[in-house]
Every structure is written in C-alpha cells, then in structure tokens.
Ligand binder design. Structure first.
Ligand code: SF4
Length: 647
C-alpha cells in the first residue's frame, strides 16, 4: 500500500531505533511531508530549547504521493527548530532522495540526540543502521556522497547530506540531496552538523502498491498535458528559473546593492540567455535535467567556463543565485554567479541568505560601519566580484572575524557589529529576504511578512499577481475550492483582495508540500496548472484515500495552524521587529528609485499594510492583536488538544 510506509524514531545519543506504522487518522488529518512534520515538531520539540541542543528533533520526510504514479512527486521536507531564527525551521527540495526513502520503507524520520562522533544513517529496505562517518566528515557535499556510495558498493544510493558549512554550524547551512538540490533557508544543515550527523544514505527496492494503477496512470496524462503545455514551464525547460530573475529585473522588482535600488543595470552578462549560452557551450545542447517524475526539467548543467574553478561541474544557477551574487551585491558577471553557485553547493550553504548578508555587509562597509580592518583587508564595496567570492569562503570556513560573525546570521551579527547596523538588515523573523524587492507589490510584501519560516517566497507568494490577469480569471482561481466573493484586483500595486490571495496560496503550497509535489506544478508561476480538485483525484487513484477539495483545503489550514502554534509558542507577536509578521522600516520609508514608470517612487503604505494583515488574520481565524489562532479556530480544525503525542 502507498500508505504502509512507517515512521522511524532514531536517537543518536543512545543508538535506539524504533519504528511505527502511521495511523490512517493521522494521514487524514495531516497527509504527510511538511503537514505531518509540523505536527511532529510541535509534539517533539520542547518550548524554548536551544536549536543546537540534542533535544531539537530533526524531522525528515517524503510527501504522501512521493514515489507513486503521480507527476513531480520528488520532494523531501526537513523540519526542526531553526538555529537561524529560533522559530520554525523548514526546507524542501527536489531530486531523488524522497522516492528512494519511500522505496526503502519509510515516510518520516524523527532524529534526536547527538552522536559522540561523526555518524551517518544507512536505510535500506526496512532496515536502519547508524554507522561511523569519520571518513566522510570534512568532505564537500558531492565528495561525501560518492565516498558513501563507494563504501556501500552501490552507485544508486541516494543521500541527504550536510556540507562543511553544516559541520561548522553556519546557522544557514543547507541540507542537500544530489549535487544542487538544496534544502535551503533556516539552517537545517547546521542542525544536522550539531548532531554529528553527516549524511543519511538510502536505497530501496520495496514496491509501493498503487490503489488504482490504471486510473492513476490515465489521470496523470492529464497532469502531464497541463504541465507541458503551460508556456511558463516550457520557458523553464529552456532557461531554467533564471528567466524569473530576468523578467523581474526588467520592471524593477529585484533588490540591488542590498536595498538601495530595485533594478540591476548593465546586466547583459547575468541575463538568463547568457547562462543558457554558457551551459550550451560547456555541457552541450541537452543540458537541462529534472527531478524524479518531472516533465519540466528546469535545472541546467554546466561547467565553470573560466577563472580558478574553470572546468568544475555544477547545476543551476537558480534565479535566487542571480539575486544573491549579481543584483544584491551589485555585480554583473556570469562568472561570479556560477562560481558562487558552485561554492555554495559544495559547502552546503543557503546562497540566498549568504548573498543577502554579504550585500548587507557591503552597505555597512560603504557607510563606514564596517572598516577594512573588520573585513580582514577585503575591499567590500558593491560590484567587487572577487570580494564576493572571498566572503563566501570566509563565511563557510568561519576563518576571519567578519566571516565568523556573518555565519551567525543577520540578527546575531547585527548585535555583534552594533553601530546602527540593524537598520540596514533586510529580514523578517531573522531570515534575510531573497533577492526580490516587494515595495511596489503589497501582496508579495504581505507574503514575506507573514510566511511561517521568515522572509520567504515559497510559503504563500501569489506570483501570478504580477501578470495583470483579468478579474474574472483571478476569481475563477481564488474562489475555489472555498467560495470567495470579496474584492480582487488585477493591479499588482493595489491592496484590494491581496490578503485573500496570500491566504489562498498558503493553503495551496501547504497542500503540495504535504503531498510532495513541486510548486512549479501548481498555481505558483502558472495560472492553469493542477489544483485542489486534481489533487484529490491523484490522491485517490494512488492511495485510495478519499477527500473532497474542501477537505484538502481544511487539512492545509490545519497544518498551517500547527506551524503557527509552534511560532506562537516560541514568542511570535505581530509587531515584534525580530519575531513578528512585520517588514523592516525601509519598506515603508524608502521609495524605489528605478524600474517601470508605475514602479518608480513606490513604497509600502504602513496603514494599508496593517489593515491588509488584519484581514489576513481574520481569514485564518487568528486573534488580530496576538496573531494566535483563536480557541474557535483550533476546535474547528481539531487541534485544540495539541500537543496530543499520538505519534
Ligand atoms: S520543475 Fe524543476 S524543481 Fe520542480 S520537479 Fe521539475 S526539475 Fe525539479
């Protein structure tokens, strides 16, 4: 059965391993993947613990549909208390690890404790072992994976690994699968490092029994049709996600020189077409690759064309890498982006956080808050390509004063640097923003302000808000599967109806994160992609579980509220500048300077923003003053007795 996979509890301090079935009622309430992880975190993580303490549970999972006959079901999810923010830590990545985990017999791993020496976990066809990793410790993300495959004598072993950055407890270190499938944001790789856990290796050949295989395959054809005919996916299959950065920069929606401008000029060398050209030249015409069961293939393969790392193989870059090592740091060189991408993937670190922190340090340097002595002799001005590459290494190695300070993350670094440095930090809940500038787009601003893991575009971003879709089209999307007859606006500068759009996307993204489906196969960048009704059918044909689209929506709401409960327990209040659902002052006080005519001169109107946030809380059934779910909401969602310790 697709639902017969088990949960394993692994204690690295004692070596004890226990496995249990996952009761069907838990599936019906939380599905799997991120949704069930949210339940597990709230139940297994004590309030207020140090994220680097052995008690912090590291939860690894595959979504409910992973490894079945459904498309794009490749996603691995990892959750723990974040060492970066002290709040919800969560990341999600594609590749091939999660299907292999399911074929090896498991859906969820709850890893507690701390090994007294470096170890790795080996999972194969229902068996779990904890093994010595002294030969793996210190190795890069790719070296470690090949070394363990050699040790196990099987080149098809899939790995989830922390790189040297995780070992050195860089607070925004990634977990990685494959070469560049990056579980970025919130430092889950550092939690692995803190447990002396280098890697999880999996290999499985156990069948997943599909409930209605003929119907599942037949219905999947419809999915594939929807996915492959969408223009946005066709573009991604050629240019990868860099096309998003190119399109956003064209109208003035990216952060430049930290937060001083919103459009990168003279950017020809970092446009998506240039990366396409380099991948063509260095890898060949067929350079696009994909994750398990995906028809889009958005990942370019390339070799670094020049410089000290010439010839090194990597995959990407992503739109976020362009932001991190081009626009945010004021650089316009493809070589810097590709080299930065390679180094981050090898160290296993979140390029998005790192690029943002380097950009912040650059602004501090130009303002005289950091001096050349602080930077260890690096001329940290915007546009200095060499300085960017040097800083990536220093942060991941923690081998200079500034590198070590930035490795602590923005809020802790601002405390150490002092001297007004906090004023220039672009973050929400202690996590840096990606490369985007939301001053002209209130919906996107609300999304990053309220996202459960900090400033983030992958929890609730209504990206299609930028397309000026006609109101009837918006209504068709946003009044399903639950009715909505409030205002909607095609104008991305408007505040009308945006709270609902963000609320809707939040449920949409939670549903797919729990099923294990990639967001590029949903209403994220495309307006015509599969939706709640389609997913209920896919769930039924593959697992036999029956839901209505409305029930699926309610499950997503329940899981989002579990995440909310966790953050509230860790101290979230709406206006707290470090833990709240609020933007930094610069969003409200510094108008944009570049971009399209309707973008220049815009910033977020504080009063309208707060009204929009209030509306957003109302849709959730959250108290408008505390931001906490009301008793009525918890009862409606059946989570009024948490933690219930059922799993
Ligand atoms: S669209 Fe890209 S990230 Fe998503 S599953 Fe396909 S290849 Fe992976």
């Amino acid at each position: 059965m697709a639902l017969s996979r088990r949960i394993a509890y692994i204690d690295l301090s004692t070596g004890k391993i226990e496995t249990k079935p996952i009761p069907i009622e838990m599936r019906r309430k939380f599905l799997g993947g991120r949704g069930l992880d949210a339940y597990l975190l709230y139940n297994h993580c004590e309030k207020g613990i140090d994220p680097f303490s052995p008690e912090n549970p590291l939860i690894v999972s595959a979504g409910l549909l992973v490894g079945t006959l459904a498309s794009a079901t490749s996603r691995t999810h990892v959750m723990a208390k974040s060492p970066l923010t002290g709040m919800l830590g969560s990341c999600n990545m594609g590749g091939f690890f999660a299907p292999e985990l399911r074929w090896a017999g498991f859906d969820h791993l709850v890893i507690k404790g701390k090994a007294d020496k470096p170890v790795y976990i080996w999972i194969h066809n229902g068996e779990i072992e904890i093994r010595d990793a002294k030969n793996l410790w210190g190795k890069s993300v790719t070296e470690a994976q090949w070394a363990v495959r050699e040790e196990l004598g099987d080149p098809d072993v899939k790995c989830l690994v922390c790189g040297p950055a995780g070992e050195k407890l860089v607070r925004f270190a990634n977990v990685m699968t494959g070469i560049k499938n990056a579980g970025g944001r919130t430092g889950m790789g550092a939690v692995m490092g803190s447990k002396n856990l280098k890697l999880i290796a999996v290999r499985g050949t156990m069948d997943i029994k599909i409930a209605y295989p003929k119907e599942a395959l037949e219905f999947n054809k419809r999915f594939i049709e929807q996915i492959t005919t969408a223009k946005v996916n066709q573009t991604m299959g050629i240019l990868g996600t860099p096309f998003i950065w190119g399109a956003t920069n064209s109208w003035g929606g990216v952060r430049v020189n930290n937060f001083q401008y919103n459009q990168l000029l003279y950017a020809d060398d970092v446009e998506p077409e240039r990366f396409h050209e380099i991948a063509n030249e260095t890898f060949g015409k067929y350079h696009m690759a994909g994750c398990f069961a995906c028809q889009v293939h958005c990942r370019a393969r390339y070799r670094i064309p020049d410089g000290p790392y010439k010839g090194c193989y990597d995959e990407g870059p992503e739109y976020t890498t362009q932001g991190a090592f081009a626009s945010e740091v004021g650089c316009t060189s493809a070589l810097t982006v590709l080299t930065g991408n390679y180094l981050c993937n090898q160290y296993g670190v979140d390029w998005l956080e790192l690029g943002s922190l380097i950009a912040w340090a650059m602004e501090l340097y130009e303002k005289g808050i950091l001096t050349i002595r602080d930077t260890g002799g690096i001329d940290l001005r915007f546009g200095n390509d060499e300085a960017v590459i040097e800083m990536i290494k220093h942060v991941c190695e923690r081998d200079t004063w500034l590198g070590d300070v930035l490795a602590e993350g923005g809020l802790k670094a601002a405390e150490i640097i002092g001297r007004d440095s906090i004023k220039y930090l672009i973050h929400v809940k202690g996590m840096q923003n990606l490369h985007s500038d939301e001053r002209p787009t209130p919906a996107l601003a609300l999304n990053i302000a309220t996202a459960s893991r900090g400033s983030d575009h992958l929890r609730s971003r209504p990206a299609i808000d930028l397309y000026h879709l006609p109101e009837p089209v918006l209504r068709k999307i946003y009044s399903n599967p639950v009715p909505y007859d409030g205002p909607l606006s095609s104008d991305f500068r408007s505040y009308e109806g945006k709270a609902w759009q963000v609320f809707w996307q939040e449920q949409c993204f939670m549903a797919v994160d729990s099923l294990g489906i990639c967001k590029y196969h949903t209403t994220f960048l495309g307006a015509t992609l599969p939706n709640f009704e389609d997913w209920t059918k896919v769930i039924y044909y593959n697992t036999g579980l029956e839901f209505t689209p409305q029930e699926l929506w309610t499950i997503a709401e329940r899981c989002n509220n579990m995440e909310r409960l966790f953050n509230i327990r860790e101290g979230l209040t709406p206006d707290d500048p470090f833990k709240g659902d609020i933007l930094v002052d610069r969003y409200f006080t510094e108008p944009t300077k570049r971009g399209a005519p309707d973008v220049i001169g815009t910033c977020i109107d504080r009063e309208k923003f707060l009204k929009m946030r209030e509306e957003f809380y109302r849709y959730h059934g959250w108290d408008e003053k505390t931001g906490a779910p009301t008793e009525e909401t918890l009862i409606r969602l059946g989570i009024d007795n948490e933690p219930s310790h059922l799993l």
